[in-house]
Design a protein. Structure first.
Ligand SMILES: NC(=O)c1ccc[n+]([C@@H]2O[C@H](COP(=O)([O-])OP(=O)(O)OC[C@H]3O[C@@H](n4cnc5c(N)ncnc54)[C@H](OP(=O)(O)O)[C@@H]3O)[C@@H](O)[C@H]2O)c1
Length: 502
């Protein structure tokens, strides 16, 4: 990690959705918290014709709408003065000549020492191309400065394309200077999973197959594809969610304690989890995975259309908007413990959580008489929108009878007044400036995730499916319930408030 945080933050895709909704509001929030380096400037690149003045004015609305801190004119003024718009088509060489000169001028003005963050907020097919142009035009020469690149998901469409892309990127940026964003890793509660596990005598000793029955990792959204139909048609839930966010959640939940808190030690343990996942075969894909696509239905009482009726979606699309799978991690800790993963759009509620279900005590005093009432102990790590930890256990119901009821201990991190967790992008951008890549995905993590996902995708591609197979506003196709029912288990629909009502 370096101490010289000064840099010019260069955004390719400066007029795009990600920049307006996430990057600029995150920079504003960092500025608000005095986290931006003193020597700092932003250069945003796009093709649209506008001056820096016009661009800054446009950004005001997105900061007002998307920033977690209120818009304060004076604070914004001191940031916007350092934001510049550069109009050029990045497929043309001329723009890079001018960009190089302009960045050198800004280096003088802001004393940024030649340090650069190149944030590629553009379609993935341009990542390699832009990196190569930056190299050809001398925009990544070191000369006692640092140059880093940030790339957005998706990192490839399958293992083959991810390898090709990686090959292109490593010609230009070392692994150490490549920051592959998985914005889930920037979420507060993801970072908390390690603390909860490894800083509590209450949890770590029982975090294994002797005490844990199974683990569910679930992420549901109420929205459909909205205006991202074009992208989503090529991705689907498996590539859009499972390959990255869901497998990252899995690795943090299942990994062994790292030897220390250094970036590579943590990443090494995460990779070991991915390597230990039992390989899928055609038979296990058919048996242990479920895909779905939403049809018309109701969300919060409002009629909504099916996926096939969405903009830029084929009326005969076979893209999945729901995926569920059961997998095993073949190591000593997790022997015999299934992990169930589920993600979907247009479900009844928006929520992401990890649910650890503990084994039932057998032959206890109460088991014989109360076995129908005894609920399993559950530890729920809530990732979003609510952040916190919830523990369910059994207790006696007050009264003269010996009734046993489940009760809860509920720590809600962002329910407290004044709590205002940083947005994932704030944390991640700040880490790139510091040179800390712990919360970014290393190449071998990407590689192993794609291996797993490719096997499933290939079987799915060759198996006919009748879509749509779940109405909007439901928890996915009935096969997803059966996946657990046949193991005498069930999904816990936390987002619906199922557990919280207790
Ligand atoms: N939006 C999100 O919430 C989100 C979430 C996760 C990941 N991502 C990823 O982030 C990246 C950007 O997504 P986005 O939604 O922001 O895309 P977008 O709204 O379509 O923006 C694309 C940007 O690329 C610029 N661009 C395209 N071709 C160009 C060229 N030849 N020369 C110069 N600029 C060019 C566009 O500039 P002009 O319009 O001015 O030409 C625009 O600024 C993608 O990789 C996406 O997968 C986005």
């Amino acid at each position: 990690m370096n101490t010289d945080l000064s840099n010019i933050f260069v955004i390719f895709g400066g007029t795009g959705d990600l920049t307006y909704r996430k990057l600029i509001p995150a920079l504003y929030n960092l500025h608000h918290e005095n986290q931006l380096p003193e020597h700092f400037a932003v250069v945003s690149i796009g093709r649209r014709d506008k001056t820096s003045e016009q661009y800054r004015n446009e950004l005001v609305d997105s900061v007002k709408q998307f920033s977690r801190f209120p818009f304060i004119e004076e604070a914004w003024k001191t940031l916007e003065d350092r934001i510049y718009y550069e109009q050029f088509d990045f497929s043309q060489d001329e723009g890079y000549y001018h960009l190089k000169e302009f960045l050198q001028q800004l280096d003088q003005k802001y004393q940024t020492n030649g340090n650069r963050i190149y944030y590629l907020a553009v379609a993935p097919e341009y990542f390699g191309f832009i990196a190569e142009k930056l190299k050809i035009h001398g925009l990544i020469e070191n000369q006692r400065s640092w140059k880093r690149v940030v790339i957005e998901k998706p990192f490839g469409r399958d293992l083959q394309s991810a390898r090709e892309l990686n090959q292109q990127m490593i010609q230009v940026f070392t692994e150490e200077n490549t920051y592959r964003i998985d914005h889930y890793l920037g979420k507060e509660m993801l970072q908390n999973i390690m603390v909860i596990r490894f800083a509590n005598a209450l949890f770590e000793p029982i975090w294994n197959h002797r005490y844990i029955d199974h683990i569910q990792i679930s992420s549901s959204e109420t929205v459909g594809v909205e205006n991202r139909g074009g992208y989503y048609e090529k991705a689907g839930a498996l590539r859009d969610m499972i390959q990255n966010h869901m497998l990252q959640l899995l690795t943090l939940t299942a990994m062994e304690p790292p030897i220390n808190l250094k970036t590579e030690s943590i990443r090494d343990e995460k990779v070991k989890v991915l390597r230990s996942i039992e390989e899928f075969t055609k038979e296990t894909v058919i048996k242990n995975t479920v895909r779905g696509q939403y049809g018309p239905g109701k969300i919060k009482g409002k009629n909504v259309s099916g996926y096939r009726e969405e903009e830029r979606v084929s009326p005969t699309s076979t893209t999945e908007t729901f995926a569920a799978l059961k997998l095993h991690i073949n190591n000593f800790r997790w022997s015999g413990v299934p992990f169930y993963i589920r993600t979907g759009k247009r479900m009844p509620s928006k929520s992401t959580e990890v649910i650890v279900q503990f084994k039932q005590l057998e032959h206890t005093l109460y088991f014989k008489e109360y076995k129908d009432y005894l609920m399993p102990n559950l530890l729920v790590i809530r990732i979003q929108p609510l952040e916190g930890v919830y523990l369910q256990f059994n207790a006696k119901q007050p009264g003269t009878k010996n009734h046993i009821v489940p009760v809860k201990m509920d720590f809600c991190q962002n329910c407290q007044v004044g709590s205002n967790s940083p947005e994932a992008y704030e944390r991640l951008i700040y880490d790139v400036m510091k040179g800390d890549s712990t919360l970014f995905t290393r190449w071998d993590e990407v590689e192993y995730s794609w291996k797993l996902v490719d096997t499933i995708a290939e079987v799915w591609q060759n198996q006919p499916i009748v879509f749509p197979n779940y109405p909007s506003g439901t928890w996915g196709p009935k096969e997803a319930d059966e996946l657990l029912h046949r193991d005498r288990r069930r999904w816990w629909n936390v987002g619906e408030g199922e557990l919280m009502k207790l």
